[in-house]
Write a new protein. Structure first.
Length: 448
């Protein structure tokens, strides 16, 4: 019998039909209202903000009241362009609590780039903007960040009666055509992240998870904040200026049990022999780009702890990983998490044999799969090949389900965890005077 590159151990527990992602994220903390939900760290590693679970819920639901007073209602698009601040996840959850659709964007975007994203959405009902960021002529109501703190103390809003399949949020990903795509996720997407708890994190309510990303990065929003809160753990986020030497100091002072970061952070730490400060961890977590084997080995030697790697994309989040029950193997990105249905497909759209290269695909049943790409005034477009969403990642799968990443089938580049089309970079460079022709490609300076 031919062995096919198909992993399927059965579906995950179903998401409740009546489901609001903000209610779900806040629910676990109600049993420990005085426990620290968030510790925000400043430039010297001191705690500059600490929110208990009771304070977090009050801030989210009060902010939701403030957004509602600005006219935000169910189904409205609320675009976030904020700096590295706890305002970011609080406004995100507040919008979701109302049944509105938050759209996180990067503060580093230029004014023109930001205006392009808003135009792709067909406009927005509200833009929540950092104080030092310019305002385009968007003809859209703007809420400045300085107004958010007062909203936290408003009376609590009533959470919207959303369904699991209702649009919950939109994130942008780079398109191979050079035009960004809005990825529409349902409220159920945050429920689907439970498959990562055992398959990647090994997280529990007593954990203290330190994430090295900024508040306004979706990797931080999911892995660093919403997942720890959904299980009742404590999230630690650094909000100071970029400083590659800060992480060992934070690890020694604040005793995280889990540490999540992009591979480049681990490389910076091990290059300075700083991994020894992390011996109090159970393990570390990484995603966003491939982890170099020499970095993994250096970290293991210095910290005595493994790094568990995950592979994912904006359309599905992280769905292949190593973890406490799935030991890392050199040359492999990991194994599909329990509950996922993942295959490596050939040109005929059927699973190839084990150890043969093809295109990674995720079954349409996956609750973490997007509703589709945003289409103004229409239902999201979910491109499927039969029952499969084809990711564009080339891979091989062995007989144990372990997956080797073999690169992209298109020309998307990976810049520090962000997938970027060369065409997008070319379009930006072409605006500079004196440039008549542009060609962009990815060059690996050295391994990893």
């Amino acid at each position: 019998m031919t062995q096919l590159a198909l992993f399927d151990e059965g579906p995950p527990p179903p998401c409740p039909a009546d489901f609001n992602l903000a209610r779900y994220v806040l629910a676990a903390g109600r049993s420990t209202p005085e426990k620290s939900a968030l510790e925000c760290l400043g430039a010297d590693g001191d705690i500059i903000e600490c929110l208990t679970y009771a304070e977090l819920e009050r801030a989210v639901l009060g902010t939701a009241t403030g957004l509602a007073a600005r006219g935000v209602a169910a189904g409205d698009k609320v675009v976030l362009r904020l700096g590295n601040s706890s305002d970011f996840p609080i406004v995100f959850l507040a919008a979701a609590a109302l049944g509105a659709v938050p759209v996180p964007t990067a503060a580093a975007l230029t004014d023109r780039e930001f205006a392009t994203l808003v135009s792709i959405l067909g406009g927005a009902n509200l833009v929540v903007l950092g104080e030092d960021l310019p305002v385009s002529d968007l003809k859209t109501p703007v809420l400045r960040q300085s107004e958010l703190q007062a909203m936290r103390n408003l009376p609590a809003a009533t959470l919207a009666a959303t369904k699991a399949d209702d649009p919950g949020y939109i994130v942008f990903t780079s398109g191979s055509s050079g035009t960004p795509k809005g990825v529409v996720h349902a409220h159920r997407a945050v429920w689907a992240r439970r498959m990562m708890w055992d398959g990647w994190y090994g997280i529990g309510g007593s954990d203290r998870l330190l994430h090295a990303g900024a508040f306004n990065w979706t990797f931080t929003l999911g892995t660093g904040l919403m997942d720890p809160w959904a299980i009742g753990a404590t999230a630690l986020i650094y909000a100071g200026p970029p400083d590659p030497q800060i992480w060992p100091q934070i690890a020694q002072r604040h005793a995280p049990t889990l540490f999540a970061a992009a591979p480049g952070i681990f490389r910076q730490i091990t290059n300075r022999d700083g991994g020894g400060a992390f011996r109090g961890l159970r393990h570390a977590l990484t995603a966003g780009e491939m982890l170099a084997e020499d970095t993994s080995q250096a970290w293991q030697a210095q910290s005595g702890r493994p790094i568990f790697e995950a592979l994912g994309m904006s359309e599905v989040s992280t769905y292949i990983s190593s973890g406490p029950a799935t030991p890392p193997r050199p040359g492999f990105a990991g194994r599909p998490q329990k509950g996922r249905a993942v295959a490596v497909l050939g040109q005929d759209g059927q699973p190839v044999q084990h150890n043969h290269e093809g295109l990674l695909a995720v079954h349409r049943r996956d609750p973490g799969l997007m509703l589709g790409y945003y289409k103004d005034g229409d239902q999201p477009d979910l491109p499927l090949a039969g029952h499969w969403f084809v990711t564009g990642d080339r891979a091989r799968m062995d007989d144990k389900g372990y997956v080797t990443f073999c690169g992209r089938s298109d020309d998307l580049m990976n810049a520090g965890g962000f997938r970027v089309s060369p065409l997008e970079v070319e379009a930006q460079l072409s605006h500079f005077p004196g440039i008549n022709g542009v060609g962009v490609t990815e060059v690996e300076v050295k391994p990893g």
